[in-house]
Design a protein around this ligand. Structure first.
Ligand code: HCA
Ligand code: CU
Length: 380
């Protein structure tokens, strides 16, 4: 799973999110932020989609980013001719190969698809531009057809082939099997694209890497068509656990929150409460037993160190589940010192109050202070 590369598609797949409308300025801000974060590729909406899309694509190509700029087109010569003129470093070509798409969408057969693919690939390559060929809805396509077209395009020299779970139907094991098989058939890089309809988008990306894939498509917060694709932050969470040195060395993880805020604001959504790494409770510890262990050694209940992402952990003490170690730690922060026996008595009071109504942190602090004052009065 090491050495994987990210194809960041917030400005392509992400533009297919229900709420997305990116004006030029916003696209540029997002592209700059992703580039700074360290993604390998930034994928943009097809210049054939609209005149503004074409102009924006040209504008982003002129930014001189470290990341390679890609655009995403249908497997069609008309689109290819427009794409090569924009200044992109690479073109991601896609065509549907499942029976659903062949019958209900474009109506073309495999021979036609293969011939068009060859023409488009040779044309893009003749402009010295990177090319990826991908099949839409790969997991509901005929395996023999798939392997045959991939083997053909590999021989004519594509940089990557792509596997796309367009409808989010694939399970991690299916992904592993398909990528493993494909790995035996092509020599080029393998890009993968996973929709999240059944909640497998991160697991599928990880399995694809285990099976020999090289590139993963992501978008910030996972935004995309329907409920979206593999989220950039969630993939980082998965990968830092798998290979911390590579991930820490390559990506500016402490910028993740800022990028997510930027995109969330642009598409007018909130960061989900349970979001990977940046959700408000991602590093909040509540039960007394958890809090005690976290205070001793955070790794006891944390697989990710929040500091790696510039985040901080929080020990939630204002509840009936709290314990005296957590209360002691809070009291010490407030500079209210007592004996362990007294912290325990104070904790009993807090738990009793928390049984009656929800407590805020201020309430808890007041109980600790009052208890502490009471002790002093008792000794005076
Ligand atoms: C779509 C296309 C795509 C393309 C993926 C790819 C998909 O249906 O909008 O280029 O690999 O999910 O199949 O996003
Ligand atoms: Cu998609």
């Amino acid at each position: 799973v090491n050495n994987f590369k990210i194809i960041e598609s917030t400005l392509r797949e992400g533009e297919q999110f229900a709420n997305a409308f990116f004006d030029t300025e916003t696209k540029i801000k997002i592209a700059l932020a992703l580039d700074d974060f360290g993604v390998d590729y930034i994928e943009l909406t097809s210049p054939a989609a609209s005149e503004q899309s074409r102009l924006d694509c040209e504008a982003i190509c002129k930014l001189g980013l470290k990341a390679k700029v890609l655009t995403h087109i249908r497997c069609h010569m008309d689109d290819a001719r427009i794409a090569v003129k924009t200044g992109v470093d690479g073109v991601d070509v896609v065509i549907g190969t499942s029976s659903y798409l062949m019958e209900h969408s474009h109506g073309k057969d495999m021979t036609y698809i293969t011939n068009t693919a060859i023409e488009v690939i040779n044309y893009v390559k003749s402009h010295n531009i990177e090319i990826r060929f991908s099949s839409e809805d790969s997991f509901r396509s005929n395996l023999v057809d798939l392997l045959s077209i991939y083997s053909t395009v590999d021989k004519i020299g594509v940089n990557r082939v792509g596997i796309a779970d367009t409808v989010g139907c694939a399970s991690p094991r299916q992904v592993y099997d398909l990528i493993r098989t494909l790995r035996g058939v092509v020599g080029c890089d393998i890009e993968t694209h996973f929709h999240n309809d059944t909640g497998c988008a991160i697991a599928n990306a990880y399995c694809a890497l285990e099976a020999g894939a090289t590139h993963i498509d992501t978008s910030v917060l996972g935004i995309g068509e329907r409920n979206g694709i593999t989220p950039l932050g969630g993939l980082m969470a998965r990968m830092i656990v798998a290979d911390r040195d590579y991930v820490m060395g390559k990506y500016k993880l402490h910028k993740l929150k800022e990028i997510e805020d930027l995109v969330a604001q642009a598409v007018e959504v909130n960061i989900p409460f349970n979001n990977y790494v940046t959700g408000f409770c991602a590093f909040t510890h509540k039960a007394g037993i958890h809090a005690k262990a976290i205070l001793n050694n955070p790794s006891t209940y944390e697989i990710i160190n929040p500091a790696d992402f510039g985040m901080t952990r929080y020990i939630h003490i204002a509840s009936r589940l709290t314990g005296w170690n957590a209360i002691k730690s809070r009291a010490t922060q407030l500079n209210l010192h007592m004996t362990d026996e007294q912290y325990k008595q104070c904790t009993v009071k807090i738990k009793a109050m928390a049984d009656v109504r929800p407590l805020a942190i201020d309430d808890t602090d007041s109980i600790i202070s009052a208890f502490h004052r009471g002790l002093k009065l008792g000794t005076d």
